[in-house]
Design a protein around this ligand. Structure first.
Ligand code: URA
Length: 207
């Protein structure tokens, strides 16, 4: 009989993820390892892996939550409606996809664009942590509450934490991290854009 696709016990999957992520020496290796990793059940329902977009040498790295339908089709993060808004927000401070690096906590689309479960995020966490370590940005931008809570280990909601600088240890060094509202939230609540504008100006100033 064939081996089971995903380990039955999540802790086993998390352990396998930590080992696999640690073994990647480059971002290309990490992408290849992730593509072969079967410990997260989302892989089975997604069309493809959505690893990253942009410039891995960039000073700024942005991390969202999980790919949606458009991202699942194209294999790139933030290419749908919220991605278009993100591009406009970046352009407002003189940045584009050649000057930022973009990824997600979870690299496979959850069915029907549902929120990833805490278990799915925890299984994928070692990979995004290693991705950040290997990309080695100067500034990390957490797009939305789930990204901020998962990466920065904070419990407070995004309304309280957005616009504040946090310290983030990449594994190599301490860098600055800022949570801000997710572009999908801004599409639903356009009045909140003024806060993100402030956050992005602070990021521009820090560069
Ligand atoms: N929302 C995210 O968090 N990530 C994407 O890539 C697209 C939408």
């Amino acid at each position: 009989m064939a081996a089971p696709v995903a380990p039955a016990v999540p802790e086993e999957a998390a352990m396998a993820a930590r080992e696999a992520a640690k073994s990647a020496k480059t971002l290309d290796e990490l992408r290849a390892i992730l593509d072969k990793f079967d410990g997260c059940a989302l892989k089975a329902t997604a069309s493809r892996l959505v690893f990253a977009d942009g410039n891995p040498q960039a000073k700024v790295m942005l991390v969202g939550e999980a790919p949606g339908r458009d991202e699942d089709i194209e294999g790139l993060p933030f290419v749908g409606r919220s991605g278009k808004l993100l591009d406009r927000m970046l352009a407002a401070i003189g940045l584009d996809r050649s000057s930022v690096y973009i990824a997600n906590i979870v690299p496979w689309r959850p069915p029907g664009n549902r929120t990833p479960t805490p278990q799915e995020s925890q299984i994928c966490l070692p990979f995004i942590l290693r991705q950040i370590e290997l990309a080695d940005p100067d500034i990390l931008v957490c797009l939305g509450g789930p990204s901020a809570q998962t990466l920065l280990g904070i419990k407070e909601g995004i309304t309280k934490t957005r616009g504040r600088w946090f310290s983030f240890n990449t594994g190599k060094r301490e860098i600055r991290a800022m949570p801000t509202f997710h572009p999908a939230f801004l599409l639903r609540s356009p009045l909140q854009k003024r806060f993100v504008w402030r956050d992005f100006l602070a990021i521009q100033k820090a560069l």
